[in-house]
Write a protein of this length. Structure first.
Length: 131
């Protein structure tokens, strides 16, 4: 009986030692940036002016490589969605500070919805010109 108890205690100590050595790394969120290509040039709703802008997506993910691969695969969808969002905005909205912030949020939310992801957390503009 003492032998069985000693074996059980030894097993518990060994298993406890193995599991305590095995630390689970907390998942780390990595912020990266994805450019869907060169700038966008498109007409604006009810205007003769054109919008020219460069867009960069702020992406927060656990697996940066997988996110970059996914976004690259969906690049045509991303560009199409951004163009049609811009084309749907009025000149006065795009020209105002509030409008540019609304455009950022609209691009972010509609891309997240279309791509079924929550990893796109923000939008940066490299260029933002209406002429």
């Amino acid at each position: 009986m003492k032998k069985v108890i000693s074996i059980i205690v030894a097993i518990i100590i060994v298993v406890g030692g193995i599991t305590s050595c095995k630390e689970v790394a907390p998942s780390t969120i990595v912020t990266s940036y994805y450019s869907p290509g060169d700038f966008f040039v498109t007409n604006v709703k009810n205007s003769k002016k054109l919008f020219k802008g460069g867009v960069v997506l702020i992406v927060e993910s656990v697996d940066e490589a997988a996110s970059a691969e996914f976004l690259a695969r969906e690049n045509a969808v991303i560009r199409d969605k951004i163009i049609f969002i811009i084309r749907d905005m009025e000149e006065v909205d795009i020209a105002s500070a509030e409008g540019s912030e609304a455009l950022r949020e609209r691009i972010r939310s509609e891309l997240c919805e279309r791509l079924d992801t929550t990893e796109i957390t923000g939008i940066l503009f490299n260029d933002y010109v209406m002429q």
